[in-house]
Each structure stands twice: as structure tokens, then as C-alpha cells.
Design a protein around this ligand. Sequence first.
Ligand SMILES: NC(=O)c1ccc[n+]([C@@H]2O[C@H](COP(=O)([O-])OP(=O)(O)OC[C@H]3O[C@@H](n4cnc5c(N)ncnc54)[C@H](O)[C@@H]3O)[C@@H](O)[C@H]2O)c1
Ligand SMILES: [Zn+2]
Length: 353
Amino acid sequence: MLIHSKLIDYRVDIQTKLPDPFQRNDQGFSSQSSFFVIDQAIYDCYPELFKALSSEKVFIFDVSEESKTMQYVFKMCEKLLENRCQRRTTLVAIGGGILQDVAGFVASIYFRGIPWIFYPTTLLAQADSCIGGKTSLNFLKRKNLLGTFYPPERIVICLQFLQSLSEKEFRSGIGEVIKLHIISGEKKFDQLFEKKESLFSRDLDSWGKWIQSSLEIKKSYIETDEHDLGLRKTLNFGHTCGHAIEACTHYEIPHGQAVLMGIIIACEMSFLRGMLSESKKQRVEALCEEVVGDLIPLKGIDREQFFEIVAMDKKNEENAIVEILIDDNLLPHIVNDVSKEEIAKALTKVVSF
Ligand SMILES: NC(=O)c1ccc[n+]([C@@H]2O[C@H](COP(=O)([O-])OP(=O)(O)OC[C@H]3O[C@@H](n4cnc5c(N)ncnc54)[C@H](O)[C@@H]3O)[C@@H](O)[C@H]2O)c1
Ligand SMILES: [Zn+2]
């Protein structure tokens, strides 16, 4: 798959097997030398892949939401500088969405931008975040506030990485896959719904297909509106309340699962506004609930903090809360006159205060 971007066009390859072991100066990449940023979990799970690399060319990233900060960016830049990485050094990033956000940010600022290659290893990163070119850091308790648009030169998806992913993180990825298949309309959602058993398996053939189909959906959005000025905002379906749930649970609920809860809330709001029929709402809800399981009803959420975060959402305009709602064909709409009371009413589907 080729993704067109204003900066560069880049290729996404999907393969079942793991990459070949990385070599000291991997010439498969476009630069003279490479520097590796590797998720700690991947480094521990797949030592064979990295044993030929000298330690000074490797930065092991112990990922958490707390590491999406400038301090971590500076640490990585220091290591790049210590190792005399130059403008033509390729940064090879291997890990999930957090590592992608930070490594991509570093690649975009070091020498005003060095080439980078991404091997996504979580389902969320493989099926969703790897394309679109966004890099993000958290700042002053606000998620993804700082960032750049800076796509990698190439993305290599190795499905076998999914075998070692925890069930919690796997279900987080399923969340974004469901989101993408809802907002591309009823036909795509029905295809997913009819084969929903395959979502819960680790059958790599099925997953190759779901990942391909998710990326094709996302590709159509990001190529039309790369810089998030209009249409791309609808990819944020489920994220207004999802981000607030993540933050209020101190990121105990992983991103994609929080998004599914946000989708349940958005569907209820769409229904209460008469945009979505009860039967369609129930169908979407049923699938989301199957994935989040007994995580709902959520308890212990600080109501005030929840609405504070919702009020700070990036999509908001002046004093109005902006939400993505869906119609009866499951197509998304940007709605810019949402009230706090409206959200509060729908929130009871997920949260028990
Ligand atoms: N840039 C974007 O466009 C974009 C889009 C969506 C989400 N995001 C961001 O992505 C982040 C979430 O990323 P994520 O869901 O990929 O999770 P993650 O990067 O936090 O990884 C989840 C956990 O899985 C471990 N892990 C990674 N790959 C593994 C594997 N193959 N086997 C075993 N363990 C593995 C990691 O060490 C980590 O503990 C959020 O911060 C979110 O804001 C970015
Ligand atoms: Zn998301």
C-alpha cells in the first residue's frame, strides 16, 4: 500500500513473519547508518532480532504515557548526538503507538528532520496509528498537545509480533479497528460484525485482512485531509469521551478500550438526537460491549475532572463542545453544539457515579 502525503509518499508492507535480524549498519534503509529505538517489551521478547546491534546504536524505550514528554525527547536526542548520528542517519523505530509518537517526534526535530522507518508491534499501531504521520507528546496533563506531522519513509507490519501482545492491549487495538469500520458506513461495519469471532482470535490470516481493511479506510481520510482540518476530525469518533476516560482512570484503561466506551456514549447521543435508530445503536453497542466486557460500568470516575477534560478537547470551538456523532447509515458528522447535559445523560451508559 502506498500512502500519499505532502511531505513524502511512503510504503506500507504487511508480512506475516518477523523481520530478519537487524544488522549493525542495515543497508536495507536509505541512509548510510541507522539508530534503533526499541520498545523494552519487544527487546526482551525477541532478543534474536537485535543481537547483532551494538549497544550504542540502540535506545531501549521503557514505554508509558508518562514517557510521552519533552524530557524523554531530550534523552533520545542526547543519545543520538553522543553517537554522532547525522542528517542521513535513519532512525528505526520498533514498538507500539507510544514509541511511534515519541520516536517520530524526535525524527522530525533532530537536524530539522531525519528519515525514519517504523515497525509497529501492537495491533493499534499496525491497524491505525502507523499511517497518518502524526507524532504527539503529552504536555501539562494534556494528552497529545504537542506534536508534528512527520511520516516515516516506510512502514513494515510484521503480524507475528501480535502473538506476544497481552489480551488487554490486543483488545485496545480491536477498539480502533471497530471505530474505523463504523465510520466508513454500514456495509463495512456489517462485514466486520458478521465475522466478529475472528476479531477475538489471534489468527494472523484474518488479522492481515482486518489490518489491511482498516488502513485502507484510514488512508482515504488522511489523504483527503492530511492536516486534520475537516474530514480527518471524524476519525476522532469516540475520542472526546474516550480521552477523558483514559485520563480519569490514570491510563489504566488502554486507549482503544476507552475509545469503545466513547463510541457507546456517542451512539447514545446520536440516538437521543434522533440521528441513529435504536436497532442500529444496539448493534454497534453490542459489539463494543463485547470487547470492553466487564470494564463497564466504570466506577470511581471524578465527574468534575471528566468534564474539565471534555471541555479542553482539541476539536472544541469557542465555548461549544464538538462531538462526532453518527447517522443511521453509520456515517460520521461533526456536531458543534453539544451541551454538557447531553453528554452527562449518555455517560450513564458507561459510568456509574
Ligand atoms: N500518532 C497517532 O496517529 C496515534 C494514533 C492513535 C493512538 N496514538 C497513541 O498511541 C498510544 C497507544 O499505543 P499502543 O496502543 O500501541 O500501546 P503502547 O505503545 O502503549 O504499547 C502497549 C504495551 O504493549 C507493549 N508491547 C508493544 N508491542 C508488544 C508486543 N508485540 N508484544 C508484547 N508487548 C508489546 C508495550 O511495551 C506496552 O507496555 C497512545 O499514547 C495514543 O495516544 C497515536
Ligand atoms: Zn485513537
